[in-house]
Design a protein around this ligand. Structure first.
Ligand code: NAD
Length: 291
């Protein structure tokens, strides 16, 4: 029987601390506030938005939701981002990605001010993650993986970690966060020649391929830690991850469930980023009054 890495429980514990921090900001008249910008009506965007709103409100983070139709002109998207950047009452902006229009997404990335980029989408944030700057917010999901492993006391220094996926949202920034923690990281992707061997030779496998039940028991061995970031829908419409949980759980040392694993952690990290952004904005304002 593997140790089940319950992201939902860790998120609940994080929420208690976040509530205290949001309350102390509120006591000084600062309401940490997240703006969410959604383009179109994709079901997974709506599901993530609902989960993010629920988590934020539960810990004392206010949320302002902006919804644009799929065919909204790019200028409208950029106007919303610009307005959030100028509004001192908004501490972070979450743009639900990916956008169908990749050029519009690039333009949005360039328009967002880095201090309000609480999901690591701007070049400045990603540069900070890659250079190891402590002031940049990494993408929430990437940070959620490291936070979960830390919570369970799973050491990273010197461990071989195989990351499946090289997206800018998960795989690449996560690889950098793991490298910064002295792990030995192998990044795999759709053209990797022998994915099974890359998985079996690792101490920790983090999968973010987004392919339902890609990894069966032949990819794993005893003693490993498995983090499943994937969120897909299988043939009967249920949510599942990249890993065949039922087959793999009896073999490995520890594993995340889907749902109840990284997905639950991601919204807690998002709320944490907004609260940190509000704390930074407050201290800047405080410093400003004495300059
Ligand atoms: P993406 O499509 O941008 O990237 C997928 C990556 O997986 C690519 O780099 C690709 O090369 C690699 N890949 C695909 N098939 C592969 C295969 N057969 N073998 C090896 N590598 C393969 O996706 P993404 O945005 O990085 O998201 C990945 C998954 O994580 C999705 O299921 C997504 O829904 C999920 N996700 C979950 C959360 C969360 O909060 N839990 C957040 C973000 C993404």
């Amino acid at each position: 029987m593997a140790l089940i890495l319950k992201g939902s429980q860790v998120a609940a514990a994080m929420s208690e601390e976040l509530s205290r921090r949001a309350a102390s900001l509120a006591a000084e008249d600062v309401r940490p506030t997240l703006a969410i910008l959604r383009v179109g009506e994709r079901a997974d965007d709506i599901a993530y938005e609902n989960a993010a709103v629920k988590r934020c409100l539960a810990v004392g983070v206010d949320v302002i939701q902006h919804h644009l139709p799929q065919n909204a002109p790019r200028e409208k998207l950029l106007t919303e981002i610009d307005a959030a950047g100028k509004d001192s009452g908004i501490h972070g902006l979450l743009l639900l990605r990916p956008l169908a229009d990749t050029d519009a997404e690039d333009a949005a990335r360039a328009a967002l001010s880095p201090e309000k980029d609480i999901d690591g989408m701007t070049a400045a944030s990603l540069c900070g993650v890659f250079t190891g700057s402590s002031t940049a917010f990494p993408p929430c999901t990437a940070e959620a993986c490291v936070t979960l492993l830390d919570h369970y006391g799973i050491p990273l220094a010197g461990r071989r970690v195989t990351v499946i996926g090289r997206s800018l949202v998960v795989g690449r920034p996560l690889s950098m966060l793991l490298l910064a923690r002295d792990a030995t990281v192998t990044v795999c992707h759709s053209k990797t020649a022998d994915l099974a061997e890359a998985c079996r030779s690792a101490d920790i496998v983090v999968s973010a391929a987004g392919r339902a039940r890609l990894l069966d028991r032949s990819f794993f061995r005893a003693g490993q830690v498995v983090v499943d970031v994937g969120m897909s829908t299988d043939a009967d419409g249920s949510l599942c991850g990249d890993v065949c949980f039922d087959e793999v759980e009896p073999i490995v040392h520890a594993i995340t469930p889907v749902p109840g694993g990284i997905g639950a952690m991601t919204t807690a990290v998002l709320a944490r980023h907004v609260i940190i952004a509000a704390e930074i904005a407050k201290s800047r304002k405080y410093e400003g009054t004495f300059r």
